[in-house]
Ligand binder design. Sequence first.
Ligand code: AMP
Ligand code: MN
Ligand code: MN
Length: 325
Amino acid sequence: MRSGGRVKVPHDLISFLKDEDYFLIATHINPDGDALGSALALAQALESSGKTVIVYDRDPVPEYYRFLPGQQNIIHSFRDIQSSSMNLVLLDCNSPDRTGMGDVRFKASCVIDHHETENNFGQIKWVEPHAAATGMLIFYLLRASGVEITREVALNLYTAIVVDTGAFRYSNTSAEVLRVSADLVEAGASPAFVSNSLYEMWSDRRFSLLIMALSTLEIRESVAFINVTSRMFQETETGPEDTENFPSFPRMMQRINVSVFLRQIDSIKWKVSLRSKGDINVAGVAMLFEGGGHKNAAGCTIKGDLKTAKETLFEAIAQIINRDS
Ligand code: AMP
Ligand code: MN
Ligand code: MN
């Protein structure tokens, strides 16, 4: 990435997208706004250039992302898909493992991502850990390819950027992020519509789950833990997609440096989301458990009962805090 946040889009990526005709865009499981917005925007841009494009995500689109144009066309299984004649575009992650698609063959594959923890996958790789969102990279790619940013594309990309910058609050919110966002607003994205759709449309059930999760708060030194159990999901009739943003709440407390959110997967398995402040690199913690992510937001899974899982995580986090702060 050049200074001022401007990036150079790889020529081989532009040629690849120009020369090929059939694409399958895949993104990570439990998709967030960056994954969905980036995938849909790229699909719409490629389709406008006459390409055939399928967007795949293993998991359903969370209710609060159903305002994204094109989301209804996302597929969740590979049934009836002739993948061997399609080109894979992996977005907002850099390993097929993160998509949960299993062992699927493609004609060729490329990666567009902004995660620090890299993988060796893809004939063409464009990974910019300094980019605030994959949506920023898609914006640069479309601009470099001379593709028109329609209102739909703008809405998808603007949402991608809003979600990955915590609505322009995180340290990745640069002047460049705001400039690109301003361009997207000019192209038709409405900030009020996006904030309303994302942050003021929660179901009562989701709010009840948040209350339950917050009531599990446990603080050790500057590390906060909250969790959601399978039982809480049952009681509130909610699912994993309803927990997006839960990991960030404990970080609101001044004395908290790292917030840990544990979501139960089964009797002995927990999905862990880590959020940190400043220089404390939780991607390093996640990598110890075969996960990954960004400096201030990372994820992994851990096995064991809740108490042991918290203990193990606390020990790893305490070391990182001592090292980084
Ligand atoms: P989450 O805690 O799932 O919201 O994830 C926080 C950030 O870390 C997101 O950018 C994820 O894409 C990334 N992340 C989560 N889990 C993993 C993983 N197992 N491997 C690599 N990156 C991950
Ligand atoms: Mn993501
Ligand atoms: Mn992202």
